[in-house]
Design a protein around this ligand. Sequence first.
Ligand code: NCD
Ligand code: ZN
Length: 344
Amino acid sequence: MQVLTIRRPDDWHLHLRDGATLAAVLPFTARRFARAVVMPNLSPPVTTTTMALAYRQRILAALPSGVEFTPLMTLYLTDDTPVEEIDRAAASGAVLGCKLYPAGATTHSAAGVTDIRRLDAVLERMSERGLTLQVHGEVTDPAVDIFDRESCFIDRVLAPLVERFTSLRVVFEHVTTRAAVEYVCAARPGVGATITPQHLLLNRNALFQGGIRPHLYCLPVLKREADREALRGAVAGGNPRFFLGTDSAPHARSQKETACGCAGIFSAHAGIELYAEVFEELGALAKLEDFASGFGADFYGLPRNRGTLTLERQAWTPPPGYPLSPGELVPFRAGESVSWAVQA
Ligand code: NCD
Ligand code: ZN
Protein backbone atom coordinates (compact mmCIF):
# COMPACT_ATOMS: atom_id res chain seq x y z
CA MET A 1 0.00 0.00 0.00
CA GLN A 2 1.22 3.48 -0.80
CA VAL A 3 1.90 5.57 2.30
CA LEU A 4 2.63 9.28 2.43
CA THR A 5 3.88 11.03 5.56
CA ILE A 6 3.78 14.82 5.55
CA ARG A 7 4.37 17.56 8.06
CA ARG A 8 1.07 18.11 9.93
CA PRO A 9 -1.05 20.41 7.75
CA ASP A 10 -3.07 23.56 8.52
CA ASP A 11 -6.45 24.65 7.16
CA TRP A 12 -6.26 28.34 6.29
CA HIS A 13 -10.03 28.80 5.74
CA LEU A 14 -12.60 26.96 7.85
CA HIS A 15 -16.15 27.35 9.16
CA LEU A 16 -16.62 25.72 12.57
CA ARG A 17 -19.99 27.29 13.52
CA ASP A 18 -20.93 27.19 17.20
CA GLY A 19 -22.71 25.15 19.87
CA ALA A 20 -23.72 21.61 18.95
CA THR A 21 -22.54 21.97 15.34
CA LEU A 22 -19.10 23.09 16.50
CA ALA A 23 -18.89 20.02 18.73
CA ALA A 24 -19.94 17.78 15.84
CA VAL A 25 -17.52 19.10 13.21
CA LEU A 26 -14.42 20.16 15.15
CA PRO A 27 -13.04 16.61 15.75
CA PHE A 28 -12.76 16.03 11.99
CA THR A 29 -10.55 19.07 11.53
CA ALA A 30 -8.54 18.66 14.72
CA ARG A 31 -7.67 15.07 13.81
CA ARG A 32 -6.00 16.25 10.60
CA PHE A 33 -4.92 19.83 10.98
CA ALA A 34 -2.76 21.44 13.66
CA ARG A 35 -4.24 24.90 13.13
CA ALA A 36 -7.10 26.47 11.24
CA VAL A 37 -8.14 30.00 10.37
CA VAL A 38 -11.66 30.16 11.78
CA MET A 39 -14.15 32.24 9.83
CA PRO A 40 -16.17 34.78 11.83
CA ASN A 41 -19.53 34.52 10.01
CA LEU A 42 -21.52 33.32 12.99
CA SER A 43 -24.94 34.75 13.67
CA PRO A 44 -24.40 37.36 15.07
CA PRO A 45 -20.99 37.78 13.45
CA VAL A 46 -17.71 37.89 15.38
CA THR A 47 -17.04 41.60 15.05
CA THR A 48 -14.99 42.31 18.18
CA THR A 49 -11.88 40.95 19.82
CA THR A 50 -13.90 40.16 22.93
CA MET A 51 -16.25 38.01 20.84
CA ALA A 52 -13.34 36.35 19.03
CA LEU A 53 -11.62 35.44 22.31
CA ALA A 54 -14.86 34.03 23.74
CA TYR A 55 -15.42 32.02 20.53
CA ARG A 56 -11.84 30.76 20.74
CA GLN A 57 -12.52 29.49 24.27
CA ARG A 58 -15.67 27.69 23.08
CA ILE A 59 -13.64 26.01 20.34
CA LEU A 60 -10.93 24.91 22.78
CA ALA A 61 -13.61 23.61 25.17
CA ALA A 62 -15.16 21.55 22.36
CA LEU A 63 -11.89 19.77 21.49
CA PRO A 64 -11.73 16.04 22.13
CA SER A 65 -9.36 15.41 25.05
CA GLY A 66 -5.73 14.91 24.15
CA VAL A 67 -6.06 16.51 20.70
CA GLU A 68 -3.73 19.42 19.99
CA PHE A 69 -5.29 22.07 17.81
CA THR A 70 -4.91 25.84 17.62
CA PRO A 71 -7.75 28.01 16.31
CA LEU A 72 -6.50 31.17 14.61
CA MET A 73 -9.23 33.76 14.95
CA THR A 74 -10.55 36.39 12.53
CA LEU A 75 -12.78 39.43 12.96
CA TYR A 76 -15.73 40.16 10.70
CA LEU A 77 -15.41 43.63 9.19
CA THR A 78 -18.47 45.84 8.98
CA ASP A 79 -18.99 49.39 7.75
CA ASP A 80 -18.65 50.45 11.37
CA THR A 81 -15.56 48.57 12.54
CA PRO A 82 -13.65 51.08 14.67
CA VAL A 83 -9.90 51.53 14.19
CA GLU A 84 -9.41 50.82 17.90
CA GLU A 85 -10.78 47.31 17.36
CA ILE A 86 -7.76 46.60 15.18
CA ASP A 87 -5.48 47.64 18.04
CA ARG A 88 -7.34 45.33 20.43
CA ALA A 89 -7.22 42.46 17.94
CA ALA A 90 -3.49 42.84 17.36
CA ALA A 91 -2.79 43.16 21.10
CA SER A 92 -4.73 39.96 21.84
CA GLY A 93 -2.21 37.79 20.01
CA ALA A 94 -5.06 35.41 19.12
CA VAL A 95 -6.50 37.22 16.08
CA LEU A 96 -4.70 36.64 12.81
CA GLY A 97 -6.67 38.94 10.57
CA CYS A 98 -9.99 40.40 9.50
CA LYS A 99 -12.42 39.01 6.99
CA LEU A 100 -13.98 41.16 4.33
CA TYR A 101 -17.41 39.94 3.30
CA PRO A 102 -19.00 42.19 0.72
CA ALA A 103 -22.50 42.68 2.17
CA GLY A 104 -24.81 39.99 0.79
CA ALA A 105 -22.09 37.95 -0.95
CA THR A 106 -22.55 34.69 0.96
CA THR A 107 -23.86 32.90 4.08
CA HIS A 108 -24.27 35.32 7.03
CA SER A 109 -22.76 38.26 5.19
CA ALA A 110 -25.66 40.68 5.56
CA ALA A 111 -23.68 42.70 8.11
CA GLY A 112 -20.65 42.85 5.81
CA VAL A 113 -19.08 45.81 4.08
CA THR A 114 -21.11 47.87 1.61
CA ASP A 115 -18.23 50.01 0.32
CA ILE A 116 -14.60 49.16 1.00
CA ARG A 117 -13.60 52.82 0.82
CA ARG A 118 -15.32 53.30 4.17
CA LEU A 119 -12.65 51.11 5.72
CA ASP A 120 -9.52 52.93 4.58
CA ALA A 121 -8.49 53.84 8.12
CA VAL A 122 -9.14 50.31 9.35
CA LEU A 123 -7.09 48.76 6.54
CA GLU A 124 -4.28 51.21 7.18
CA ARG A 125 -4.23 50.22 10.86
CA MET A 126 -4.32 46.50 9.97
CA SER A 127 -1.34 47.04 7.77
CA GLU A 128 0.53 48.84 10.59
CA ARG A 129 -0.33 46.15 13.13
CA GLY A 130 0.45 43.20 10.87
CA LEU A 131 -3.09 41.80 10.63
CA THR A 132 -3.97 40.04 7.40
CA LEU A 133 -7.03 40.86 5.30
CA GLN A 134 -8.94 37.73 4.25
CA VAL A 135 -11.20 38.52 1.33
CA HIS A 136 -14.36 36.90 0.04
CA GLY A 137 -13.74 38.04 -3.51
CA GLU A 138 -17.09 38.41 -5.23
CA VAL A 139 -19.03 41.51 -6.20
CA THR A 140 -22.67 41.52 -5.15
CA ASP A 141 -23.95 43.68 -8.01
CA PRO A 142 -27.01 41.75 -9.23
CA ALA A 143 -26.29 42.95 -12.76
CA VAL A 144 -23.09 40.88 -12.80
CA ASP A 145 -23.47 37.25 -13.84
CA ILE A 146 -22.80 34.92 -10.90
CA PHE A 147 -19.99 33.19 -12.81
CA ASP A 148 -18.25 36.55 -13.36
CA ARG A 149 -18.51 37.90 -9.82
CA GLU A 150 -14.99 36.88 -8.84
CA SER A 151 -13.22 38.24 -11.90
CA CYS A 152 -15.25 41.45 -11.66
CA PHE A 153 -14.26 41.79 -8.00
CA ILE A 154 -10.58 41.72 -8.95
CA ASP A 155 -10.97 44.70 -11.26
CA ARG A 156 -13.42 46.73 -9.21
CA VAL A 157 -12.23 46.10 -5.65
CA LEU A 158 -9.23 43.87 -5.06
CA ALA A 159 -6.59 45.19 -7.44
CA PRO A 160 -7.18 48.84 -6.45
CA LEU A 161 -7.18 47.90 -2.75
CA VAL A 162 -3.92 45.95 -3.01
CA GLU A 163 -2.29 48.94 -4.68
CA ARG A 164 -3.69 51.45 -2.14
CA PHE A 165 -2.32 49.52 0.85
CA THR A 166 1.07 48.44 -0.36
CA SER A 167 2.17 46.63 2.78
CA LEU A 168 -1.16 45.02 3.77
CA ARG A 169 -1.05 41.23 3.63
CA VAL A 170 -4.08 40.01 1.65
CA VAL A 171 -5.45 36.50 1.17
CA PHE A 172 -7.84 36.10 -1.74
CA GLU A 173 -9.93 33.30 -0.23
CA HIS A 174 -11.19 30.25 -2.12
CA VAL A 175 -10.14 31.35 -5.60
CA THR A 176 -12.14 29.67 -8.33
CA THR A 177 -11.18 31.20 -11.68
CA ARG A 178 -8.32 31.44 -14.14
CA ALA A 179 -8.57 35.21 -13.76
CA ALA A 180 -7.94 34.92 -10.02
CA VAL A 181 -4.98 32.58 -10.51
CA GLU A 182 -3.43 34.98 -13.02
CA TYR A 183 -4.08 37.95 -10.76
CA VAL A 184 -2.49 36.31 -7.71
CA CYS A 185 0.55 35.11 -9.67
CA ALA A 186 1.23 38.62 -10.92
CA ALA A 187 0.29 40.62 -7.80
CA ARG A 188 2.78 42.36 -5.54
CA PRO A 189 4.41 40.40 -2.70
CA GLY A 190 2.04 39.91 0.25
CA VAL A 191 -0.88 38.62 -1.82
CA GLY A 192 -1.78 34.93 -1.45
CA ALA A 193 -4.79 32.70 -2.03
CA THR A 194 -6.49 29.63 -0.61
CA ILE A 195 -7.98 26.90 -2.79
CA THR A 196 -10.71 24.44 -1.76
CA PRO A 197 -10.83 20.74 -2.63
CA GLN A 198 -14.13 21.07 -4.48
CA HIS A 199 -12.82 23.71 -6.87
CA LEU A 200 -9.85 21.48 -7.69
CA LEU A 201 -11.99 18.35 -8.12
CA LEU A 202 -15.14 19.57 -9.87
CA ASN A 203 -16.42 21.97 -12.45
CA ARG A 204 -19.91 23.47 -12.65
CA ASN A 205 -21.29 20.54 -14.63
CA ALA A 206 -21.22 18.61 -11.35
CA LEU A 207 -23.97 20.87 -10.00
CA PHE A 208 -26.41 19.50 -12.57
CA GLN A 209 -25.17 15.92 -13.02
CA GLY A 210 -28.40 13.98 -13.56
CA GLY A 211 -30.41 16.54 -11.56
CA ILE A 212 -29.71 19.45 -9.22
CA ARG A 213 -27.07 18.69 -6.56
CA PRO A 214 -27.57 20.95 -3.57
CA HIS A 215 -24.67 19.40 -1.66
CA LEU A 216 -22.26 20.65 -4.32
CA TYR A 217 -23.52 24.21 -4.06
CA CYS A 218 -21.07 26.58 -2.44
CA LEU A 219 -19.92 30.15 -2.90
CA PRO A 220 -18.08 31.09 -4.93
CA VAL A 221 -19.99 28.63 -7.11
CA LEU A 222 -18.09 25.94 -9.07
CA LYS A 223 -16.73 27.31 -12.33
CA ARG A 224 -15.93 26.01 -15.80
CA GLU A 225 -13.32 23.40 -16.68
CA ALA A 226 -10.76 25.94 -17.91
CA ASP A 227 -10.91 27.57 -14.48
CA ARG A 228 -10.42 24.28 -12.69
CA GLU A 229 -7.44 23.58 -14.93
CA ALA A 230 -5.89 26.90 -13.95
CA LEU A 231 -6.31 26.10 -10.24
CA ARG A 232 -4.79 22.66 -10.75
CA GLY A 233 -1.89 24.18 -12.64
CA ALA A 234 -1.26 26.62 -9.79
CA VAL A 235 -1.02 23.88 -7.15
CA ALA A 236 0.88 21.42 -9.34
CA GLY A 237 3.41 24.14 -10.14
CA GLY A 238 4.21 24.58 -6.45
CA ASN A 239 3.65 28.34 -6.45
CA PRO A 240 3.97 29.36 -2.75
CA ARG A 241 1.24 31.98 -3.08
CA PHE A 242 -1.39 29.23 -3.14
CA PHE A 243 -2.17 27.20 -0.04
CA LEU A 244 -4.76 24.91 1.50
CA GLY A 245 -8.09 26.26 2.75
CA THR A 246 -10.93 23.75 2.74
CA ASP A 247 -13.77 26.24 3.25
CA SER A 248 -15.53 23.32 4.91
CA ALA A 249 -18.93 24.90 5.62
CA PRO A 250 -21.44 22.68 7.42
CA HIS A 251 -25.18 23.17 6.98
CA ALA A 252 -27.84 20.71 8.15
CA ARG A 253 -29.37 18.54 5.43
CA SER A 254 -32.68 20.39 5.88
CA GLN A 255 -30.96 23.69 5.06
CA LYS A 256 -29.41 22.24 1.89
CA GLU A 257 -32.29 20.16 0.52
CA THR A 258 -34.92 22.86 0.36
CA ALA A 259 -36.43 25.37 -2.05
CA CYS A 260 -33.72 27.91 -1.27
CA GLY A 261 -30.72 25.95 -0.07
CA CYS A 262 -27.69 27.34 1.78
CA ALA A 263 -24.28 27.64 0.13
CA GLY A 264 -21.54 25.55 1.67
CA ILE A 265 -19.91 22.13 1.31
CA PHE A 266 -18.85 20.11 4.34
CA SER A 267 -15.46 18.52 3.65
CA ALA A 268 -13.67 18.42 7.01
CA HIS A 269 -14.22 14.64 7.28
CA ALA A 270 -11.82 14.25 4.32
CA GLY A 271 -10.10 17.62 4.57
CA ILE A 272 -6.62 16.43 3.59
CA GLU A 273 -7.54 13.20 1.80
CA LEU A 274 -9.38 15.04 -1.00
CA TYR A 275 -6.31 17.16 -1.72
CA ALA A 276 -4.16 14.00 -1.82
CA GLU A 277 -6.48 12.73 -4.57
CA VAL A 278 -6.00 15.92 -6.55
CA PHE A 279 -2.22 15.91 -6.22
CA GLU A 280 -2.11 12.22 -7.15
CA GLU A 281 -4.22 12.88 -10.27
CA LEU A 282 -1.80 15.64 -11.15
CA GLY A 283 1.23 13.39 -10.65
CA ALA A 284 2.37 15.90 -8.05
CA LEU A 285 2.04 14.09 -4.70
CA ALA A 286 5.48 15.39 -3.76
CA LYS A 287 4.05 18.92 -3.88
CA LEU A 288 1.19 18.21 -1.45
CA GLU A 289 3.25 18.86 1.67
CA ASP A 290 4.29 22.40 0.80
CA PHE A 291 0.74 23.31 -0.25
CA ALA A 292 -0.83 21.80 2.87
CA SER A 293 1.83 22.31 5.52
CA GLY A 294 4.32 24.92 4.35
CA PHE A 295 3.23 27.80 2.17
CA GLY A 296 0.34 29.01 4.34
CA ALA A 297 2.44 29.18 7.50
CA ASP A 298 5.21 30.96 5.58
CA PHE A 299 2.74 33.46 4.16
CA TYR A 300 1.36 34.30 7.60
CA GLY A 301 4.83 34.40 9.13
CA LEU A 302 4.05 31.52 11.50
CA PRO A 303 6.31 28.53 12.20
CA ARG A 304 5.66 25.36 10.25
CA ASN A 305 4.23 22.55 12.42
CA ARG A 306 6.54 20.02 14.00
CA GLY A 307 4.40 16.86 13.97
CA THR A 308 3.49 14.66 11.01
CA LEU A 309 0.39 13.09 9.50
CA THR A 310 0.42 9.85 7.55
CA LEU A 311 -1.91 9.14 4.65
CA GLU A 312 -2.52 5.78 3.01
CA ARG A 313 -3.82 5.05 -0.45
CA GLN A 314 -6.81 3.18 0.92
CA ALA A 315 -10.31 3.75 -0.44
CA TRP A 316 -13.14 4.41 2.02
CA THR A 317 -16.73 5.57 1.81
CA PRO A 318 -17.99 8.60 3.74
CA PRO A 319 -21.38 7.82 5.33
CA PRO A 320 -24.66 9.20 3.95
CA GLY A 321 -24.76 11.56 6.92
CA TYR A 322 -23.08 12.51 10.17
CA PRO A 323 -25.31 13.25 13.18
CA LEU A 324 -26.02 16.85 14.09
CA SER A 325 -28.34 17.93 16.83
CA PRO A 326 -30.78 18.56 15.46
CA GLY A 327 -30.58 16.87 12.08
CA GLU A 328 -27.84 15.48 9.93
CA LEU A 329 -24.85 16.70 7.95
CA VAL A 330 -24.29 15.35 4.45
CA PRO A 331 -20.55 15.19 3.78
CA PHE A 332 -18.77 15.69 0.46
CA ARG A 333 -18.69 12.33 -1.41
CA ALA A 334 -21.41 10.86 0.87
CA GLY A 335 -21.85 7.20 -0.08
CA GLU A 336 -19.10 7.47 -2.70
CA SER A 337 -15.41 6.71 -2.56
CA VAL A 338 -12.43 8.72 -1.30
CA SER A 339 -9.16 7.17 -2.40
CA TRP A 340 -6.86 8.32 0.42
CA ALA A 341 -7.28 7.84 4.18
CA VAL A 342 -5.60 9.18 7.28
CA GLN A 343 -3.71 6.43 9.07
CA ALA A 344 -5.38 5.39 12.32
C1 NCD B 1 -19.75 29.63 3.61
C2 NCD B 1 -20.64 29.36 4.82
O1 NCD B 1 -21.54 28.53 4.73
O2 NCD B 1 -20.40 29.97 5.87
N1 NCD B 1 -20.39 29.06 2.45
C3 NCD B 1 -19.78 28.72 1.30
O3 NCD B 1 -20.48 28.35 0.35
N2 NCD B 1 -18.48 28.73 1.16
C4 NCD B 1 -19.48 31.08 3.47
C5 NCD B 1 -18.36 31.40 2.51
O4 NCD B 1 -17.19 31.08 2.76
O5 NCD B 1 -18.64 31.99 1.47
ZN1 ZN C 1 -15.74 30.22 3.64
